[in-house]
Structure formats: structure tokens, C-alpha cells
Design a protein around this ligand. Structure first.
Ligand code: SAM
Length: 216
């Protein structure tokens, strides 16, 4: 990494601290992943701006503060099996993989899935398994999950994802709300058949959509 990108990364980590990211493990995980690898080359110099950026297939890589915040609020540890819905660039998944035992990540756009898969191998992130599919259905063969993170917004929490959370304290973090309204990050904790919901931060995410897309 060039000296200036390294400096920009350090400045970004300071901003995240000032914005309330206090979990040092989360900050270390972000510090350990080269965000410039997950964005188009022409945006390289903007890799450490605290901003969402465009990626292929009309999608976005989330703002670093939101990545850090959602990761912190998911409360992951290194014994856990985690599902991410919405691989996108792969950046959020790479960060999660530093904190959990195994990460399963699902993406509905084939080119995004293929590129992220390549990057995970290149970066030696061997505890990540990818799936090209509709993440609204979860990943039943791998369920239950200690943690589920959804990185696209839905009007309501997909039933299949609730079912795939571990019964004794499984946690899901998901943006809820339509494209024309204020969305919020919800944190849902499962205890048996009870689901406790906390409404956290207002956010703006691309939509969670059903089906798969073979775009190029
Ligand atoms: N985690 C991503 C990252 O770090 O780049 C954020 C990507 S973007 C905000 C959300 C992603 O969710 C998009 O790539 C979109 O295609 C994907 N997505 C939307 N609905 C989906 C679904 N039902 N199943 C899987 N992926 C979905």
C-alpha cells in the first residue's frame, strides 16, 4: 500500500473512533483489510473516505462507519459461525472473517460473487465460503447461525433468516425500511421462539431483492 493510502487509513480509523466505534477488535479488523482491493481501480484514492462507493452490478460498498457499526453491534467472537446476506464487494465479509470462526456469505449478482470469491482467496481469507443465490432464503444447509448480518434493506425481516438464527441467543443485524423512507438498523436477538428487537441507527441501503441475476 502507498504511504498516502496508509495515512488515509489511519485517519479513517481515528474518525471511526470519534464517531463511537469503541471495540478495538473491530477497529483492528478494519485496519487489517485493504479496502482499495474491493473497489474499482479508478476510485482507489477514495478507498479510505468515510463514504459508500459504487461497485459493479449497480451496487455499493457500504460506508466504513456503517461496516464498523454493524460489525460492532453484531457482537461476534472467534467461536461463531456467521451468515452474511449481500456479499457485494466482499469488504464487509472480509472484516467479519477476521472476527469469527466461519463466514458464509450469499450474493444474488454472479459477477460480484465471482470477484469477491477471487479476492477472498487472494487475501488468504480461508474461513469464508461463498454462495451465488438468493440470501432471503438464508443458507439452510449451514444453519443454525450464531450471527446473521444483512447488508441490504428490507421492508420486513425475512422469515427464513429468523428461522436460521441459533435459538439460544442468536443475533441478526439488518437494515429495515423501504427505499423512500428512513431505514433503521435493527438488532434482533432470538431466545427460543421469542425475538427481541432493538432499533439502532438510521441508514440508507440498497434494497434486498429476491431471485438471482446473471449479469455481466
Ligand atoms: N456487504 C457489501 C460490501 O461490503 O460491499 C455491501 C453490498 S451492497 C450494500 C448490498 C448487496 O446485497 C448487493 O451486492 C446486492 O446485490 C446484495 N443483495 C440484495 N438482495 C440480495 C439477496 N436477496 N441475496 C443476496 N444478496 C442480495
Amino acid at each position: 500500500m502507498s504511504a498516502s493510502l496508509q495515512e488515509k487509513k489511519q485517519r479513517l480509523l481515528e474518525i471511526l473512533r470519534m464517531e463511537g466505534i469503541h471495540d478495538e477488535k473491530v477497529l483492528d479488523a478494519l485496519g487489517g483489510i485493504a479496502r482499495e482491493k474491493f473497489i474499482p481501480d479508478y476510485l482507489r484514492q477514495q478507498a479510505y473516505e468515510n463514504a459508500a462507493l459504487p461497485i459493479a452490478s449497480g451496487q455499493t460498498i457500504s460506508q466504513p462507519l456503517i461496516v464498523a457499526y454493524m460489525t460492532q453491534e453484531l457482537m461476534v467472537d472467534d467461536r461463531m459461525k456467521v451468515l452474511e446476506v449481500g456479499t457485494g464487494s466482499g469488504y464487509q465479509g472480509a472484516v467479519l472473517s477476521k472476527l469469527c470462526r466461519r463466514l458464509f456469505t450469499v450474493e444474488r449478482h454472479l459477477p460480484l460473487m465471482q470477484r469477491a470469491d477471487e479476492l477472498f482467496r487472494e487475501l488468504g481469507l480461508l474461513n469464508i465460503t461463498t454462495l451465488f443465490g438468493d440470501g432471503m432464503k438464508g443458507w439452510p444447509e449451514q444453519a443454525p447461525f450464531d450471527r446473521i448480518m444483512v447488508t441490504a434493506a428490507s421492508d420486513k425481516v425475512p422469515e427464513k433468516l429468523l428461522e436460521q438464527l441459533k435459538e439460544d441467543g442468536g443475533i441478526m443485524v439488518i437494515p429495515i425500511g423501504g427505499q423512500e423512507e428512513t431505514q433503521h438498523i435493527y438488532r434482533i436477538t432470538r431466545r427460543g421462539d421469542d425475538y427481541e428487537t432493538e432499533i439502532l441507527l438510521p441508514v440508507k441501503f440498497v434494497p434486498l431483492l429476491g431471485g438471482i441475476v446473471h449479469d455481466s
